[in-house]
Design a protein around this ligand. Sequence first.
Ligand code: ZN
Length: 186
Amino acid sequence: MNLEYYCDICDKTIKLGYKQKHFNTRLHKSLSCCIINRYCIKNPEFLQIENIINKHIHDHSKRFEFFIIDCKWKLDFDNNIFCVNSYKMHNLCSFRDIRRFLLTKICKYESMRYKFIKISEMKISFVSCRRNMTYEHYIEQPKSMLEWTIVKKLSENPSLIKIFKNTPHPLIRKYINMFPDDEGED
Ligand SMILES: [Zn+2]
């Protein structure tokens, strides 16, 4: 009998008895409302880590303007010790510290006399919200007739956007730059 439960929303294995409790945690609840894309890379080259992440970010940026990136690595040591380390950032951060972060972790275990062999796995998770979609990606999504009507009306008359100015939505962001100087006007 399997006494563990894997939550694919949180990418976490928990004891079966804690399942309900886990569903009520803040992390699980907030992640349930998000769109999560995960990529698993086996045996990545240490020097390629940043390139791999950057490539995935580049691709994901075509679909979302803002998102959280969570990276986890499995570090293999000679005595079969491995650890999973998490590094969180958002897509507007600089990523040059990732290698240093990993090196620090590896050094810590080496100082405890474990001999580092390789990075056996790298998992990249993108956590995004629907409202942060790019316009291009938003247009590709299934929509209700009402939503299509709004899309059409706005494309015909972008100044209608001023009514929704502070609403975070791909449609608003597409047109809002057309009216930069309307701040404070009636
Ligand atoms: Zn969960």
